[in-house]
Design a protein around this ligand. Structure first.
Ligand code: HEC
Length: 213
């Protein structure tokens, strides 16, 4: 028994030394245009989902996520802050999304993912995900209620046509959420439509030599 334990400890130490040596030599590749191998990729996804599941178990999901007011408020904030990375109905990709790794999920498409619960979405929007492009929006001052509004809107997003999406955004208060600059909702509220969407629904003025246009 002792021998087995010592052997296991020896293997573990060897593994740690090998991992340290590989890291010292410059592995893995941190370039966003060089995807992880399948094993490392699965390992990271597994660790991320375990970590999020542990932290969402006690979150009480509001019962009024289908409320039209929530969805309407969420629409304007989604268009102002999220659309560039997570897309909108009728838009296939965006410049920033093409370059990000991990690729931001297309939230305008139905998900077949059993992990996609409301509590998980709320938690990810609030806390962000390390070493991805996903920000902790609470650090920007976004209050929980506004995060639930976004969670409510995301639920309906895959069922919207491009026209319905536009209508929801236009009916919303634009980029306005509780917690903006530490003030309450409604302060510094931009009129609907003032914020241009940050996605490629319309041609835009900037020009560069890529073949994406
Ligand atoms: C700069 C790009 C970027 C922006 C802007 C952004 N996100 Fe993300 N988001 C990501 C990335 C990348 C991931 C995936 C991270 C990962 O897989 O580890 C992600 C993941 C998510 C997820 C988890 C989706 C799932 O089911 O796995 C949700 C929900 C989400 N973001 C919502 C939002 C909302 C709401 C906003 C706006 C307030 C937003 N994001 C803004 C990049 C972005």
């Amino acid at each position: 028994m002792r021998k087995i334990l010592l052997g296991a400890l020896g293997m573990l130490s060897l593994g740690i030394v090998a991992a340290a040596a590989l890291t010292q030599m410059g592995f893995p590749d941190f370039a966003a245009d060089s995807p992880h191998g399948p094993v490392l990729h699965r390992l990271i996804e597994w660790a991320r989902e375990r970590s999020v599941a542990r932290r969402t178990a006690d979150i009480a999901v509001p019962t009024d996520l289908a409320d039209a007011g929530r969805i309407r408020r969420g629409a304007g904030n989604y268009d102002a802050m999220c659309a560039g990375c997570h897309l909108v109905p009728g838009v296939e990709n965006s410049e920033i999304r093409k370059g990000l790794y991990p690729t931001p999920p297309n939230l305008a498409q139905p998900v077949a993912d059993s992990n996609a619960t409301d509590a998980r979405h709320f938690w990810i929007i609030k806390h962000g995900l390390k070493a991805s492009g996903m920000a902790a929006w609470s650090k920007a001052g976004m209050a929980d209620e506004s995060i639930w509004d976004l969670t409510a809107f995301i639920k309906t997003l895959p069922s919207l046509s491009p026209e319905e999406y536009r209508r929801q955004v236009e009916a919303s208060d634009g980029h306005s959420h509780a917690g903006m600059d530490g003030h309450g909702a409604g302060q510094e509220t931009a009129p609907a439509g003032e914020h241009e969407p940050h996605h490629e629904a319309k041609p835009h003025a900037h020009d560069h030599g890529g073949d994406g246009h």
